[in-house]
Design a protein around this ligand. Structure first.
Ligand SMILES: Cc1cc2nc3c(=O)[nH]c(=O)nc-3n(C[C@H](O)[C@H](O)[C@H](O)COP(=O)(O)OP(=O)(O)OC[C@H]3O[C@@H](n4cnc5c(N)ncnc54)[C@H](O)[C@@H]3O)c2cc1C
Length: 417
């Protein structure tokens, strides 16, 4: 990145942003790559970065049909935590959280990772029992987590409605102090810049329209802009579009694509310094550094590829937030949007080889893959470099849908899907 003095910034603002140095190149693709990654979201870009950085595989292209990080990476509410229930997920998400803790330094790019903690509210004895079970499981995996009683919740969240008269009164919570939020765009940009500097070609506004498969082995992709591009290995990292790529390869994935919405309010003075989630009332909220309330809830119930959502879901989400924080009732909402999330029957990702040789998939992160971006890229890069699935990725193989070794994370996935 080019660094400007105050004078330099002034000069560039007056010259209509001319002659700024590009943060990454805009190359014409080569005819052949060792690895092609389909999808330039955070996961695809992180994969490319670690392929080059950790495995010296630099003859790599990331092919993105829109702009880098413009999919779910740009649309998510940026909650990062590692408090999942089962060992397999805990190992993966905790690996990721540790990587988040050093990510700005690793990329020399400020991803604004803010460890402001995540609180999961309990409204019933069933909630308390589930959260206690998860906290105990986290302790067994060396992950920071604790149960809070109502008084401790009130101290952390003085504006939370803790009245007995609430529809679902709060009775306690679970807390992970190392959890938090990050700047989503910066994560994509940091990985993009790092990958580009190591020689990876980032090809934007280019859609993969088909896969070239010969005798059961992938040998390249077809694109709408540059025709055929050959590849030794191909990794598909396209989130809500994963079933579309799988259908090009001639198999089906156990995924459903759903809209997931989020909203931000007008900016207000600092009022909330942590992330609050409630599975029961079903909504979550944090406050961005800019002052907006960042709000989300569950998926829209129907399948679709339109990056928007239905009004009833917005209404339900706002109801939940106002129920938790009546003080927010007069705050105006500024914007609403949707992304398409790829939900898996056991609420866990798929990081796997496939029936087509040299074709790998990284998908199924549903409503919660942003937090996994560093580890997902790290383990997927190892798999693409060696052809062997990384140890942390092995439990998330497609084979689990044949042998029954499912990892049910519905309870810990945060919002319902
Ligand atoms: C509203 C919302 C809130 C969320 N909140 C959170 C949260 O708080 N915490 C959390 O951990 N996760 C959250 N998530 C989930 C998270 O955003 C995703 O799991 C994660 O960003 C997925 O990253 P990705 O790189 O795999 O996908 P994406 O960022 O979607 O990237 C995939 C890319 O593939 C491209 N593509 C698709 N098809 C093709 C093709 N044929 N050719 C070329 N390119 C193609 C797309 O254009 C896209 O850019 C949320 C998601 C949404 C929608």
């Amino acid at each position: 990145m080019q660094h400007f003095s105050g004078f330099g910034l002034l000069k560039h603002s007056l010259t209509h942003h001319e002659n700024w140095q590009r943060t990454w190149r805009n190359p014409t693709p080569k005819k052949k790559y060792d690895v092609i990654i389909i999808g330039g979201g955070g996961h695809g870009l992180a994969t490319a970065y670690y392929l080059a950085k950790e495995h010296a595989v630099t003859n790599v292209a990331v092919i993105e049909k829109g702009y880098l990080g413009g999919g779910n990476t740009a649309r998510n509410t940026t909650i990062v935590r590692s408090g999942y229930l089962w060992d397999e997920s805990s190992h993966l998400y905790e690996h990721s959280l540790k990587m988040w803790e050093g990510l700005s330094k690793e990329l020399n790019y400020n991803v604004m990772f803010s460890q402001r903690g995540v609180i999961n509210l309990a409204h019933t004895l069933g909630d308390m029992r589930d959260l206690k079970r998860r906290v105990s499981s986290n302790h067994l995996n060396g992950i920071d987590a604790e149960m809070l009683d109502l008084q401790q919740v009130k101290e952390i969240l003085p504006h939370l409605n803790c009245s007995d008269a609430a529809r679902y009164p709060v009775i306690g919570a679970a807390w992970q102090g190392r959890a938090g939020v990050a700047r989503h765009d910066a994560v994509a940009w940091g990985y993009a810049r790092g990958a580009d500097a190591l020689g990876v070609d980032l090809i934007q506004e280019t859609e993969v329209t088909d896969l070239i498969i010969e005798d059961g082995t992938i040998v390249g992709v077809k694109t709408n802009r540059y025709g055929d591009i050959q590849a030794g290995r191909v990794g598909s990292v396209v989130a809500g579009n994963s079933s579309v790529i799988a259908s090009m390869a001639g198999f089906e994935l156990p995924l459903e694509s759903h809209p997931l919405q989020a909203l931000v309010s007008e900016p207000i003075k600092p009022i909330l310094d942590t992330v609050v989630m409630s599975n029961h009332v079903h909504g979550y909220v944090s406050q961005s550094d800019k002052g907006d309330l960042v709000i989300g809830a569950g998926i829209d119930g129907y399948n679709g590829y339109g990056q928007r959502g239905s009004y009833p879901t917005i209404e339900h989400t706002i109801q939940a937030i106002i129920e938790m924080f009546p003080i927010f009732s007069r705050v105006r909402m500024n914007r609403q949007w949707g992304g398409i999330v790829d939900t898996c029957p056991d609420a866990c990702p798929i990081i796997s080889d496939t029936p087509v040789k040299n074709l790998f998939f990284n998908c199924g992160w549903g409503t919660g893959g942003f937090k996994a971006t560093p580890a997902s890229g790290y383990v997927f890069a190892a798999s693409l470099a060696t052809g062997e699935m990384h140890e942390l990725a092995k439990p998330f193989s497609l084979s689990r849908f044949h042998n029954g070794a499912l990892i049910d994370e519905h309870g810990a996935a945060g919002v319902a899907h």
